[in-house]
Design a protein around this ligand. Structure first.
Ligand SMILES: Cc1cc2nc3c(=O)[nH]c(=O)nc-3n(C[C@H](O)[C@H](O)[C@H](O)COP(=O)(O)OP(=O)(O)OC[C@H]3O[C@@H](n4cnc5c(N)ncnc54)[C@H](O)[C@@H]3O)c2cc1C
Length: 458
């Protein structure tokens, strides 16, 4: 086994790891990036990008189907599953290719291939070929889809986000376990592509919403898209010739059914098990992950930083990228014997690319907080009606200081309003000052003006 030395070892060449590696190199550290798999990032290979490609195809089918409502006739809509899935894979390969190309430009000695496991607080073993000693390390190992116990004997019938984009044709029917952002996006897209889709979730929420009014609205809206079972836990699964037979139970009802395929979208635990963290001296939490500072990303007890999905804090792309940069810079500082910096955290921003879209800003509704609430509905909003997409609403939450603290939205194209609101919360903007800004007519932003007016009056 060869022995190598570096200042900063970065484990995982996903979005967080690549950003950390670059930041450490830029800070003058001798940094090494270690990847066990084919690379190319979860985002490009099996995450954000292929899922949005699927959603784009589904939206095209839906728009064609709904065009008659505007007096436009387009005839029968047919979905060519193999062609659509082939396009997804072709574009996905391009996105993955450009990530890999970016890494190809790095000096060979700054990259290692293999599974990294800690042997001590300053030492990693990579497969059986390399022992790498480091002064500081960045844990950027990401997360992986979990397959709930009842699905474990269902063989090829079970799909995860790692495999769903590899299927050659669309299934006739699909059960989706999990109504969070990933489950909701994929379930609605599949339903719009003609797959008989059922969604199961033991909770009462869709897409990460917590506001009671918006949760209700979401239930009504999405139960028109697919067969929705909230408050229903899948408790049994058996493989048969006809498909996967599932049984479910809970406050939302009891039942059973047979599905061509089952998509496990019930969570992505961080990849922190089995990598020797107990050898490093870091303090571990109840889930087996390292206790860490949310600003510096430094773990307690060893010169190790944790970034991206690996820390399970905010498993979204822009956070993985920023956290990677922070962790890389801080790893270089620790390697030089300096203290880690503690930058301000970004306001939490989460989105779901369903139709209507969902955006949750600043953690959204908090039942414990004494918020004033501003409301607006898209159902009677001018531009939303013009677009034939008058569904959903806005909820703004402000504290006693008159500043916007959080927001939740479900409605047409709220990805844009979501950004505006995130900037307003981040900058601590006063609700009255925000209300007294120009709002062009007729736009969806006028819905925001309505909610701000109500909030300012309160
Ligand atoms: C279907 C889906 C859709 C999504 N859509 C969105 C979206 O629209 N917007 C958004 O913001 N986010 C989205 N996300 C989330 C986003 O993709 C992730 O938050 C982000 O990719 C996480 O990046 P990361 O660097 O933390 O992990 P990853 O990109 O997963 O990188 C981790 C890397 O570490 C490697 N690794 C793990 N253990 C070891 C080890 N011991 N040794 C060496 N290498 C190791 C892995 O092989 C992997 O390459 C989506 C996710 C999914 C699954």
């Amino acid at each position: 086994m060869r022995e190598l030395f570096c200042d900063v070892a970065v484990i995982g060449a996903g979005t967080a790891g690549i950003a950390a590696h670059r930041a450490a190199l830029d800070a003058g550290a001798r940094a090494v990036l270690i990847e066990q798999g084919p690379g190319g990032t979860t985002c490009a290979r099996v995450g954000c990008m292929p899922s949005k490609l699927l959603i784009t195809a589904a939206e095209a089918a839906q728009e064609a189907r709904a065009a008659h409502r505007l007096g436009i006739r387009v005839g029968e809509v047919q979905v060519d599953g193999p062609a659509m899935l082939a396009r997804i894979r072709a574009l996905r390969d391009r996105f993955v290719g450009s990530v890999l190309e970016g890494l190809d430009g790095l000096p060979q000695e700054t990259r290692l291939h293999g599974r990294a496991v800690f042997e001590g607080p300053d030492c990693l073993r990579i497969d059986d070929h390399t022992r790498l000693r480091f002064k500081a390390a960045v844990l950027a190992t990401g997360s992986s889809p979990s397959v709930p116990e009842p699905l474990q004997g269902l063989g090829h019938r079970v799909l995860t986000t790692d495999t769903v984009f590899e299927i050659e044709d669309l299934p006739a029917s699909l059960a989706v376990l999990g109504a969070g952002p990933v489950g909701l996006e994929l379930a609605q897209a599949m339903a719009r592509l003609g797959v008989a889709t059922s969604v199961f979730d033991p909770g009462d929420s869709l897409g990460g919403l917590s506001d009671p009014d918006l949760k209700r609205a979401a239930r009504e809206i999405f139960s028109q898209s697919f067969d929705l079972h909230l408050g229903a836990k899948v408790e049994s699964g058996a493989a048969g010739e006809e498909g996967a037979h599932l049984g479910w139970n809970g406050a939302g009802g009891q039942g059973d059914g047979t599905f061509d395929r089952v998509l496990a979208a019930a969570g992505r635990p961080p990849n922190v098990a089995g990598i020797g963290l107990e050898q490093t001296g870091v303090t571990l939490n109840d889930e087996g992950g390292p206790v860490h500072d949310l600003h510096s990303l430094a773990c307690e007890g060893a010169p190790i930083l944790i970034a991206g999905d690996a820390n399970a804090d905010r498993p979204v792309l822009h956070e993985a990228s920023r956290q990677g940069r922070i962790a890389g810079r801080n790893a270089a500082r620790l390697a030089r014997g300096e203290a880690a910096a503690r930058p301000e955290r970004w306001v939490a921003l989460a989105m779901v690319f369903s139709d209507p879209q969902i955006a949750v800003i600043g953690g959204g509704f908090d039942p414990e907080a004494d918020y004033r609430i501003g409301r607006a509905d898209f159902c009677d909003q001018g531009r939303a009606q013009v677009m034939d997409r008058a569904q959903g609403g806005i909820r703004l939450y402000a504290g006693d200081d008159g500043c916007l603290a959080a927001a939740e939205l479900i409605g047409p194209e709220v990805e844009h309003l979501g950004h505006l609101l995130a900037y307003a919360v981040q900058d601590g903007l006063d609700v009255r000052r925000l209300r007294d800004r120009p709002f062009y007519h007729p736009t969806l932003e006028e819905g925001l003006a309505t909610a701000l007016s109500e909030l300012a009056d309160r």
